[in-house]
Unconditional design. Structure first.
Length: 139
């Protein structure tokens, strides 16, 4: 993350925090684009935790809709979906290498500033360009 270095960061408290996989744009991008066997392992791990993520992971309909939606759009999204972080929105795309998700690149912004669709329209092409440069370096 660049939170601690960026003068524009409004969300520095995120450094070092564990983020919910099924509620954040980055988590959703990772989860949807990872190989199905890895996704099943993640579901089992989440269910075993007995927390909010556990209930979501146990809801197969929710999981299937989340994966289908994310793959269909080509990016993960969070539009005020996540607990105490209701003022934040984000989009995220995976960094793929040899059929694996190596990481994700995300853009976080104040939800009132624009819709997720507007953020994707304006910034997704540049984000995809960055991911392609990363992928080229991984190859």
């Amino acid at each position: 993350t660049t939170h601690r270095f960026s003068r524009l960061s409004f969300h520095r408290s995120m450094v070092g925090r564990r983020l919910p996989l099924l509620m954040t744009a980055t988590g959703r991008a990772y989860f949807a684009f990872c190989p199905p066997a890895e996704r099943e392992e993640l579901i089992e791990l989440l269910i075993s935790r007995e927390d909010e993520q556990s209930a979501l992971a146990a809801d197969r309909g929710f999981v299937d809709r989340l994966v289908e939606h994310t793959l269909g759009k080509g990016y993960g999204e969070n539009n005020s979906h996540w607990g105490l972080e209701r003022k934040i929105a984000a989009i995220a795309i995976p960094v793929m290498h040899e059929e694996r998700v190596m990481g994700c690149l995300n853009l976080v912004y104040i939800a009132k500033a624009m819709s997720v669709e507007e953020a994707a329209r304006r910034y997704l092409p540049a984000m995809q360009g960055v991911v392609e440069k990363i992928r080229a370096q991984l190859a």
